[in-house]
Design a protein around this ligand. Structure first.
Ligand SMILES: Cc1cc2nc3c(=O)[nH]c(=O)nc-3n(C[C@H](O)[C@H](O)[C@H](O)COP(=O)(O)OP(=O)(O)OC[C@H]3O[C@@H](n4cnc5c(N)ncnc54)[C@H](O)[C@@H]3O)c2cc1C
Length: 738
């Protein structure tokens, strides 16, 4: 996806109030010669300042979300949604749960904070933490609905719903103001009591008496009961026990206490403050001197006693951005100079706010309008997904300039890069492989199981996403689909890869990630890697020649459809249009995860179930789309079919994108088969090309229902989409009904 590989890898771990600024600035003008990778535990980030407003129904939930999928796509940054397990400082790598370590040259850690659980000895699931904020609303609503069922609150509650909020900072106070609106939205006009518990003597530590009086007056009028100076030690079935043994009877406990360090950083082997946050210099760089920044709530500037608040995290953004440039250029870093004091605005949820600035408190509609304007302006900056400037390709210093690079055999990737990348892979031996990569020769020699035939296929593509490990996995899955459709079991594969020019270190890493991803899927299918070929080129391409074996008589040929067969499709469609949307930064975070999960679902499970049901004809749905591949089967079988549009499963977001007229570039060519389709409505889904698409099989009517049920039991979103019919004179081969 790039003509040369970057020289520097900048990695953002956690993309919240501070790191998100870097991503936004990257879109406007990336750092030359560098690549930006964002690692997040969710595909979106939440702006906490708007959470109370969302609870009160003043904003729709999406207003507080920063869509990282779209923003990264627009910025030309790589997004890895994953589970980080550690940090290897020596090798400058982030360790991840489900994929190889991710190297960095510069790292910025902005994981935020978690609510402090100090003093809490025991809690059951009636405790609801405000973090992760991305799922808070969903979790809250689920709990409320469950309470509704259990307490039989509907239609008329016999006693009020009792919610305790633990934590009397700004977040807890705003929640106490705004929560009742959400509860009533979910459960109707029920009676509700709220108790706010805080370990401090007063709420809103560090605030003026004026602000506290206004809050106290409001709480009194709204029936919010305040319990200061007490810690919660136990939570059981919604009842909180305090450190003096008193119990606060209730149905649900919300936990919004002061900030504690995110658990992940505990073992990072970086200097920490006395609470466990990462200690930094005023430049936001770790005091360890490593090229690692710690920002927002996660960092503590040595010698400063700043509260953990979003206002500081936001103001750190521009300094971090500047210091990343300086670090890459080896220039001295600049200091972040925190402001002394800031405007506090508390949302009362009724179109008014209470506030405080420089010792004076105030309230009114205008204060809410001011808060709304400040928050809205901030979030608007993160809702512009027009693709920005892409990073300039910079010739890698230790390689020949791109325009002078040789082609032909001279375009091969250097042997040492290849052998180092291969040495990092754990390639399994196989009984079928007589000569493989453990003793490489000019060829791989395979010994098929006696009595079986070899099915061979080749497939490769230009990387549709910018995460090489993920792309490697997709390539192996995509390439194996053909043989799986035929009923063959993959035994070995040969890789073909094109990687851009770059430093040896960056090329090796790229090749390793591509191959490691593929090998993971090959192993899962019981196959191994036996060879390949790698060249340099402007764009990343990857593919496999897959070798598989099966009894000759069991080949599920395309031409073996029978009249009356039910057509079963094993994956939803829409991959093509969603990937096209992603290229234009139009694929929303909510659509992205289901898309990736669907593409990553191997067709091996569906294929082996087809064996059980004696399916005789199958194919995989890939580039030509459903219509193209189905017509290939129908022509080969000399039959027709009727397909029902409403039975075709679609990926989340596909329908909306088709409705907007978006299509993959190949869709137009796929439409050439339209003449063979008879329909009142030619729907774009029929021509949508699939990467890692599902299998399409003809199953006898007798077995169709069982096959679909068994596939669904295995987590495969299979559906019966039509029936094979005889060809009728004067009718098109494929009849599509709505
Ligand atoms: C209810 C509530 C209301 C608040 N209101 C205000 C307010 O009005 N004004 C104010 O100044 N402050 C407010 N705060 C405090 C404010 O939210 C924080 O100070 C601010 O979010 C800190 O920003 P950050 O960039 O450090 O972290 P965050 O913005 O929290 O971002 C951290 C990011 O890291 C991600 N992450 C976490 N763990 C991992 C992991 N293991 N791997 C990968 N990614 C991870 C998270 O998903 C998140 O997107 C409020 C807090 C709460 C709880």
């Amino acid at each position: 996806m790039q003509s040369t590989l970057p020289q520097h890898d900048i990695v953002l771990l956690g993309v919240g109030h501070t790191n998100a600024h870097v991503l936004r600035m990257w879109k406007m003008g990336p750092i030359p010669g560098a690549r930006l990778t964002c690692v997040s535990n969710f595909p979106s980030a939440t702006y906490s300042g708007m959470l109370p407003g969302v609870l009160a129904g003043l904003y729709p939930p999406e207003r507080m979300e920063i869509d990282l999928v779209r923003l990264c796509a627009a910025a030309g940054a790589r997004l890895i949604v994953g589970d980080v397990t550690g940090l290897d400082i020596e090798n400058r790598e982030l360790l991840l749960a489900d994929r190889p370590p991710l190297p960095f040259d510069v790292l910025s850690i902005g994981l935020g904070s978690v609510p402090n659980r100090a003093g809490l000895l025991e809690a059951d699931d009636s405790l609801l933490e405000v973090k992760p904020m991305q799922t808070f609303l969903l979790r809250l609503e689920e709990r409320l609905l469950n309470l509704n069922l259990n307490l039989n609150l509907n239609p008329l509650p016999s006693s009020p719903l009792r919610i305790s909020i633990v934590g009397g900072g700004a977040g807890g106070v705003e929640l106490a103001f705004c929560l009742p609106m959400r509860v009533r939205k979910v459960l109707g006009d029920i009676s509700l009591t709220i108790t706010l518990i805080d370990s401090g003597d007063k709420l809103l530590k560090g605030s003026t008496e004026g602000l506290l009086k206004r809050v106290a007056r409001d709480f009194a009028s709204r029936g919010v009961h305040v319990l200061p100076g007490r810690r919660v030690t136990h939570i059981k079935q919604g009842t909180a026990t305090l450190d003096n043994g008193v119990t606060v009877t209730g149905d649900l406990v919300l936990w919004v206490t002061s900030a504690a360090p995110p658990p992940l950083i505990k073992d990072f082997k970086l200097p920490q403050d006395d609470r466990g946050f990462l200690l930094t210099k005023p430049t936001l760089q770790s005091t360890s001197g490593e090229p690692i920044f710690a920002v927002g709530d996660t960092g503590t500037i040595q010698g400063e006693k700043l509260p953990k608040a979003g206002v500081y995290a936001v103001r750190e953004g521009p300094v971090l951005w500047d210091n990343l440039h300086r670090r890459i250029k080896n220039e001295p870093l600049q200091d972040y100079k925190p402001q002394r004091g800031f405007l506090k605005l508390l949302n009362r949820g009724d179109g008014t706010a209470i506030g405080e600035y420089r010792g004076f408190s105030f309230e009114g509609k205008w204060a809410w309008k001011l808060k709304d304007r400040i928050d809205g302006k901030f979030m608007d900056m993160y809702q512009d997904f027009t693709p920005g400037m892409m990073a300039e390709p910079v010739p890698a210093s230790d390689t020949r300039p791109a325009q002078m690079r040789c082609t032909g055999c001279g375009g091969k990737v250097g042997a040492s890069i290849l052998s180092r990348a291969l040495a990092r892979l754990d390639i399994p031996p196989s009984e079928s492989v007589l000569v493989g990569l453990d003793a490489p020769d000019d060829v791989a020699i395979l010994q098929p199981t006696p009595g079986k035939v070899i099915a061979a296929t080749v497939d490769f593509f230009e990387a549709p996403l910018d995460d090489p490990y993920l792309v490697g996995r997709l390539a192996a899955l995509h390439a194996a689909s053909d043989v799986l459709a035929k009923g063959a079991k993959p035994i070995a594969a040969l890789a073909m890869a094109t990687i851009p020019a770059g430093t040896e270190r960056k090329q090796e890493q790229l090749l390793y990630e591509l191959l490691a991803g593929g090998l993971r899927e090959l192993k899962a299918m019981g196959a191994t890697l036996v060879g390949g070929h790698t060249i340099e080129g402007p764009n990343i391409t990857i593919g496999y020649t897959t070798l598989a074996e099966q009894p000759a008589e069991s080949v599920r040929a395309k031409g073996k459809l029978r009249e009356g067969d039910v057509l079963i499709l094993t994956k939803p469609l829409g991959v093509g249009v969603l990937l096209a949307a992603h290229m234009q930064a139009r694929c929303k975070a909510a659509w992205y995860q289901p898309l990736i999960e669907t593409m990553l679902q191997s067709n091996a499970a569906a294929a082996s179930l087809f064996d059980e049901f004696g399916v005789s004809a199958a194919t995989d749905i890939t580039g030509f789309g459903l219509a193209g591949h189905l017509l290939e089967m129908l022509r080969a079988s000399d039959l027709g079919a009727e397909v029902s549009l409403c039975d075709i499963p679609l990926l989340l977001g596909a329908s909306e994108l088709f409705g907007e007229g978006l299509a993959s570039t190949l869709a137009a060519a796929n439409r050439r088969v339209e003449a063979e389709i008879d329909t009142s409505k030619v729907h774009a889904v029929l021509f949508d090309p699939q990467t890692c698409g599902g299998l399409l099989a003809g199953v006898s009517q007798h077995h169709a229902q069982d096959t679909v049920s068994r596939l669904q039991e295995k987590g495969i979103a299979a559906a019966a989409i039509g029936t094979v019919k005889p060809m009728t004179a004067g009718r098109s081969r494929l009849h599509v009904v709505e």
